[in-house]
Design a protein around this ligand. Structure first.
Ligand SMILES: [Zn+2]
Length: 67
């Protein structure tokens, strides 16, 4: 299962999602570091590592898909 990280620099927050979460837009488009964006990872371990690597203060797990 793939995992997604939604980076929101404006909120100093990164949120982890499972694939097929309702929150994930169908068109994720190209990611812009400052505007934030959606980043896909092949497994939970990698996603959690990258979550730590965002350097953001608030690392949260989606309350809907509970990754
Ligand atoms: Zn989610």
């Amino acid at each position: 299962m793939n995992y997604w990280i939604h980076v929101k620099h404006a909120l100093d927050q990164a949120m982890l999602h499972r694939e097929r979460c309702l929150e994930i837009p169908s068109m994720t488009g190209r990611a812009d570091f400052w505007e934030g964006g959606w980043f896909e990872y092949p497994n939970r371990e990698t996603a959690l590592e990258e979550l730590e690597n965002t350097g953001l203060s608030r690392l949260v797990h989606c309350p809907i898909c509970k990754p």
